[in-house]
Design a protein around this ligand. Structure first.
Ligand SMILES: Nc1ncnc2c1ncn2[C@@H]1O[C@H](COP(=O)(O)OP(=O)(O)OP(=O)(O)O)[C@@H](O)[C@H]1O
Ligand SMILES: [Mg+2]
Length: 242
């Protein structure tokens, strides 16, 4: 049995203004698995997520979600198909409460009672801080708690694919462990995840697959197990000290 790919990029080029940023990205994200997108600073990871989400448009190549060609679609249409994006800056409204932030992310809900109760309880269990600070301004949360809120917003409605940009950035080790547990559970719930990560330890503990970018291209892809076992490959692709 072959694994089905939920998302595929074929030869994707992206220009931002006059700058040619992505130079033919080929990437496959298998359904129901967690794929780690690694690479040095400036390699094109964030630009890849933004291109998938339609925030930048590919000037060449194809982005496919399931059997749909989403290359030229606009962001709201792409979100409607079941893709959620947690950007690096998290997109949280600091002046609004945690609850209000969650309500804004739940398209159908006008008040908290309309957010699916089972789902909300599940989110509270994954991220207790969201429940604890429910009526507090989101701006008061710590960096890690804001990350948790940002991911909670992305899953307040059922999604097929989550695109998450560096959720572990600036987190203390204990928070990283909580995050790993939560993503593990998300994965078990059947969601497909494409996650950008700099923390190689985080990446190895959570990833099923890995794609490494350099200079606007994917230069390596395969199983995380094989990548983890190959220190020389990690060194050459990421410049990690052995
Ligand atoms: N709005 C923009 N205008 C011009 N150039 C940009 C813009 N956004 C990104 N770039 C350039 O595109 C390249 C890729 O950036 P990108 O943010 O995708 O990298 P990244 O892999 O996410 O890096 P990091 O690990 O630092 O987040 C970089 O050289 C960056 O300077
Ligand atoms: Mg980035």
């Amino acid at each position: 049995m072959t694994t089905q790919n939920l998302l595929t990029l074929e030869g994707v080029h992206t220009h931002i203004g006059a700058y040619h940023i992505l130079h033919g990205v080929d990437l496959a994200v298998p359904k129901g698995q967690l794929t780690m997108l690694l690479g040095r600073n400036g390699a094109g990871k964030t630009t890849t997520l933004r291109t998938i989400m339609g925030l930048w448009h590919a000037s060449q190549g194809r982005v496919r979600f399931g059997d749909k060609d989403i290359t030229a679609m606009h962001t709201p249409q792409i979100a409607e198909l079941g893709i959620a994006y947690v950007p690096e800056n998290m997109g949280i409204f600091s002046d609004l409460t945690v609850k209000e932030n969650m309500l804004l992310a739940a398209r159908g809900a006008k008040n908290a009672a309309q957010i699916d109760d089972t789902r909300l309880k599940w989110i509270f269990r994954l991220f207790p801080a969201v429940e604890k600070f429910w009526n507090h301004p989101a701006g008061k949360l710590s960096g890690g708690q804001k990350q948790m809120l940002a991911v909670s917003r992305a899953i307040v409605e059922p999604r097929e694919l989550l695109l998450i940009d560096e959720p572990s950035k600036g987190l203390a080790p204990v928070m990283i462990n909580n995050m790993i547990d939560a993503f593990g559970e998300l994965k078990r719930s059947g969601v497909t995840i494409l996650l950008v990560e700099q923390n190689i330890n985080f990446a190895q503990r959570l990833g099923d697959n890995v794609a490494v970018m350099d200079n606007g291209r994917v230069v390596h892809s395969g199983s995380m197990a094989a990548f983890s076992a190959d220190a020389q490959l990690q060194q050459s692709l990421l410049g990690l000290a052995l």
